[in-house]
Design a protein around this ligand. Sequence first.
Ligand code: SAM
Ligand code: SF4
Length: 333
Amino acid sequence: MEDRFGHRISYLRVSITDRCNERCTYCMPQELQEWLPREGILTFEETLRLIRIAAELGVSKIRITGGEPLTRRGVVDLIRQLPKIPGLDDIGLSTNGTLLARPVEPNLTMAAALRAAGVRSVNISLDTLDPDAYSQITGRDLHGQVLDGIEAAIAAGFDQIKLNAVLMRGRNEDQLIPLIEFGARRNLILRFIEMMPVSTSEVLDERNFVPIFEAKRAIEARFGSLIPEPQFHTNGPATYYQIPGRQQRVGFIGAMTNLHFCESCNKLRLTCDGKLRPCLGSYLEFDIMKPLRAGASDDELRQFFIDVVDRKPEQHDFRNNYQPNRKMIAIGG
Ligand code: SAM
Ligand code: SF4
């Protein structure tokens, strides 16, 4: 599938729940959360059918996300079905890491079960190594569980583990070097992400926003000039650098300040309530659950995907005073 601007769609991010066991300030409103009713969420059978159709149209990479995807019961059973879908060659998962070390059977962690089910790469969110700051950011005292989850992921032997940190002024600017050292000791890729206006609109403003060039400058002050690695890609929009004198990579995701951010976009999103979104930073979304539940044929659903891709914008709207109509947690990051 290719849109009007030459974006080739090969990557589908699939949110399987809007629920989460954390309350990150930048992701969801802090007021009492109202979850979607169960019947409003795609069943695994429906989700798998849509993924199969996307794969028939050229999608080769799937990332399971949420909300917190590991809070959905049966997630391992869903993932076990994915490698059977022809055309998919890369299965990833985004998680806050809190449940990765949990045993799902005696002597089997969630991380190991996911690896055995076919997950190749895992992105784990870790904004800080300071447990108190972690609690303030996420609203929960689960820092220790995340650290255990990271160790469980390493033990499970995924092909790739990335740590994602959202940059926040006054909250984790002091954590860049400690996070890099933490990643270095474990051979993990660190990625620093600019905050985007995807939660309630008051969360992002000039006072708490840290641009990636500032993070890069702080890292260079410590390690020297970072060495660009334009040939290294992980399917997403990050730009990667090597730390001089080390075998370590850091990535930067600058949706707000990188003006070329959308040029190589290859992504489509499926929300847990059955909406296809051609862009995270656009109001456009299309309800595929309706035709799916009304008995649409595979051909009709294929056409639906093609039509959505045709509506994909050239770039996101984040820089145009974008006011989110849905919180990140309900879209799937
Ligand atoms: N619960 C999982 C997690 O925390 O990784 C998966 C879903 S979460 C929505 C996916 C990613 O989006 C996380 O790395 C999170 O830090 C990021 N994210 C959430 N809100 C964001 C925002 N306002 N700006 C930038 N990144 C955000
Ligand atoms: Fe939950 Fe992830 Fe959003 Fe934090 S970023 S509230 S862990 S979905």
